[in-house]
Ligand binder design. Structure first.
Ligand SMILES: [Zn+2]
Length: 84
C-alpha cells in the first residue's frame, strides 16, 4: 500500500493549494438594491467562501437585514453565487 505519507503534510514547494482562493471583489449589502455591483479588492484577503462562518454570512446577505455586511469573494465564487 502506497500513499501513507499523504496525510496533511505541507506541500514541498510551498505553493498555495488549489482549495484556497483570494478575494477579488467586495460586495456591499447596502448596494444590493441599487445594483451598483462589485468593487475590486485592493488588499490581500481570503475569499469569504472559505470562512467557517460563511453559511451564516450568506444567510445574512440573502435576508438583507444586515446593511453593513460586506462579502469578500473571488471571481469564481462570486459567479457561482450569482453576484457577478
Ligand atoms: Zn473563492
Amino acid at each position: 500500500m502506497k500513499g501513507q505519507e499523504q496525510k496533511d503534510s505541507a506541500a514541498p514547494m510551498g505553493t498555495s493549494p488549489a482549495m484556497e482562493c483570494r478575494a477579488e471583489f467586495i460586495f456591499y449589502a447596502r448596494n444590493q438594491s441599487r445594483k451598483l455591483g462589485s468593487v475590486e479588492v485592493l488588499g490581500d484577503y481570503t475569499c469569504d467562501f472559505r470562512r467557517p462562518d460563511w453559511a451564516h454570512r450568506w444567510t445574512d446577505w440573502n435576508s438583507g437585514r444586515n446593511q453593513y455586511l460586506n462579502l469578500f469573494l473571488c471571481a469564481k465564487h462570486a459567479r457561482e453565487l450569482g453576484l457577478l
